[in-house]
Ligand binder design. Sequence first.
Ligand code: IMP
Length: 197
Amino acid sequence: MKGVKEEIERVLISAEEIAQRVRALGEKISRDYGKGGVARDPYRRPLLVVGILKGAMPFLADLIRVIDLPLEYDLMSVSSYRNGTSPGEVRILKDLDRSIAQRDILIVEDIVDTGTTLDHILRLIQARSPASIRICTLIDKPARREVQVPMHYVGFTLPEDVFVVGYGLDYAELYRNLPFIGVLKREIYEEEGIADR
Ligand code: IMP
């Protein structure tokens, strides 16, 4: 059987580069939320990190371990409009376990492309009256942005419109386990139409 790595055209961001950047993000988040900072919870409860499944899972796992603050994390899963849901609605597949009213929320996403998914998630979260919301995304792909969304912490900005996989990012649910972020070989996905976007 062919190895997964043989299906990758090129490595865009190595495991070492990811680790370095995640550490820097963790330090910045720790500084920002430490002592006064951006936290607004009137009861001073710990930062609540909200990871968006499934793509953000490896990023979330690494990021929370380099944030030097008391924190809780919770997970949310929404159906992407790409999987058949029409734009304008996302369905909650797994909701947060507890109320987030008056909590400080840091949303952790894998990738922001058109911005549609994050915009919907933001509306869902905002409707529950948190004390503050900040957004951390591993990858920002501004080339195809359709909806403006605030982004406070960005791991990597991709200057061109490429489809990337690895470190949580998938194509048809595969490649999430790659330790690096890479570009798929064209022959893997061109029949599905992504190459012609
Ligand atoms: P958006 O709503 O267009 O911002 O897209 C968000 C979702 O599309 C992400 O959470 C991913 O699931 C998927 N996506 C967009 N670009 C890529 C990519 O380059 N690789 C893998 N998934 C992607």
